[in-house]
Design a binder for this molecule. Structure first.
Ligand SMILES: Nc1ncnc2c1ncn2[C@@H]1O[C@H](COP(=O)(O)OP(=O)(O)OP(=O)(O)O)[C@@H](O)[C@H]1O
Ligand SMILES: [Mg+2]
Length: 460
């Protein structure tokens, strides 16, 4: 049995939680604002505090530092709005031990409480308190409400202020750079520069001078000395993208930077100092590169003091309903369009697809669809054929009021989409001849998407 204090202005929600925890044998008290919550914490001495972020008067976020100062050993679980990444990160930075999003999933809440109680028993230290974060997301907002994305947000909040080297791993398009930018944004030097280096883009000699700079006369064409990215990232962050591609020579130089915080420019004799925070990203398995002798193990351990692993999109498809409006909003602004709806068939195709290119692929695909979209709805004909083809047939919703002709129209279209406009296969499924299929297509005014396979196209 443990003592749990719930601080939430929503009385109904408090009561539900109270009943739930009492049934599990805990001792539960409630308070409905921050001031009473603090007083109650004093008298009740809870093992765990559950604190709602949104409350009238002092918000949970504002009150959190008071709770952590007065009860440093008591874990605090925050309740946040379901899609508010910024307050989540801020809460973790201000010392929250965990967070749960609304609407509350009771299993998740139980797990969080259990973790918190365990941590307290093992006498784990509370997180350090930090100054409030005023930076806005400046277009780098991340969305997601799935377990894997919440773990990512939590990690960002926990490590952003600590001077640790971070390695972000994950397949291409999963959001690695976006995470790096968010860590920078909520870290100790948000006003400082964020300088990205693509380690795969340049040949070794150019990359070396790009990273470390060069002195005048260091090589043919070096007419003046140039600062490198490490110099530009002073007082800020340097982001080494595709770090697995670095040559052994540059790996050795980078190891020196990470260990000693100093480097030599190309042709330089005097070591230069850097205070830039180093983050790196990689979409290949560095451990395999180490086994093959292509990546230094000592450098690997220096770079991945903290490792954030980005989930593949197919492992958090439940975020699609958040990701799509978010990305569409941006695309609509850029294209001066107002595409706001996605047809049911398209959503089904999205859920069935395995997204090898992850969120970037989703973004590109929406961009193309919006560009080609004549109205406000994205329909299957605007999607690449391979995506539509993978989709299972949408389950038919044949209303009892439908005429045979309407059913015929809907079914022919479904089959065409399913086969990616392969007329041979469509005829097989429908049990019709090609001329008849052609007549049906013309009669119902179906239009073949431009990128459909050209084989077997007998349009006309
Ligand atoms: N959680 C997210 N919420 C909103 N947008 C996202 C999210 N994750 C990724 N994006 C968007 O998807 C695109 C790809 O993200 P990003 O460039 O960070 O991925 P990456 O892992 O670095 O990809 P690559 O391996 O191709 O370099 C960007 O436009 C980014 O804004
Ligand atoms: Mg990237």
């Amino acid at each position: 049995m443990s003592k749990i204090l719930i601080v939430d202005d929503d009385i109904a929600s408090c009561r539900t939680l109270q009943l739930h925890f009492r049934a599990a044998g805990h001792d539960v008290e409630m308070a409905h604002d921050a001031v009473n919550g603090l007083a109650m914490a004093e008298s009740f001495g809870p093992a765990v505090i559950i604190l709602d972020i949104r409350m009238p008067g002092q918000s949970g976020l504002q009150a959190l530092p008071d709770f952590k100062t007065r009860f440093p050993q008591t874990p605090v679980i925050m309740i946040t709005a379901f899609d508010d990444m910024d307050s989540t990160i801020t809460a973790m930075q201000r010392g929250a031990d965990d967070y749960i999003t609304k609407p509350i999933d009771i299993t998740e809440m139980d797990q969080a409480v259990e973790r918190a109680i365990k941590r307290r028993q093992s006498n784990g230290l509370g997180l350090q308190l930090v100054a409030p974060d005023q930076a806005s997301s400046r277009g780098y907002a991340m969305v997601g409400n799935s377990r894997p994305m919440k773990e990512v947000f939590k990690a960002i909040g926990l490590i952003a202020r600590k001077p640790v080297t971070v390695l972000i791993t994950g397949a291409s398009g999963t959001g690695k750079e976006l995470v790096a930018r968010n860590i920078h944004r909520v870290g100790p030097t948000p006003e400082g520069p964020f300088v990205a280096v693509n380690c795969a883009a340049l040949v070794e000699t150019l990359l070396e001078s790009d990273m470390f700079g060069h002195e005048k006369g260091a090589f043919t064409g070096a007419v003046s000395s140039q600062p490198g990215k490490f110099a530009l990232a002073q007082d800020g962050t340097i982001f080494l993208d595709e770090v697995g591609e670095l040559s052994p020579n540059i790996q050795a130089k980078l190891l020196r930077v990470v260990q000693e915080r100093e480097y030599l420019s190309v042709g330089g004799k005097q070591a230069k100092q850097t205070n830039a925070r180093i983050m790196s990203a990689c979409n290949v398995n560095l451990k395999e590169l180490i086994d093959q002798g292509r990546f230094r193990e000592d450098l690997y351990y220096r770079l991945q003091v903290v490792n954030i692993e980005m989930p593949a999109l197919k492992d958090h498809l439940e975020d699609l309903p958040l990701l799509i409006p978010h990305l569409l909003g941006r695309i609509n602004r850029d294209f001066h369009k107002n595409v706001s709806t996605i047809s049911v068939e398209v959503m089904e195709a999205f859920y069935a697809y395995d997204w090898p290119g992850n969120i970037r692929e989703l973004e590109n695909l929406l961009m193309k669809a919006v560009a080609m979209c004549p109205g406000e709805t994205i329909t299957p004909d605007l999607l690449p054929v391979e995506l539509v083809k993978q989709a299972p047939l949408p389950s038919p919703v044949f209303d009892v009021q439908m005429s045979l002709q309407e059913i015929e129209k809907a079914h022919v279209l479904r089959v065409l989409l399913h086969t990616g406009w392969h007329r041979g296969r469509a005829c097989e499924i429908l049990g019709t001849s090609r001329p008849r299929l052609r007549r049906l297509i013309n009669q119902y005014g179906f239009e073949e998407p431009n990128d459909a396979p050209s084989m077997d196209s007998d349009s006309g």
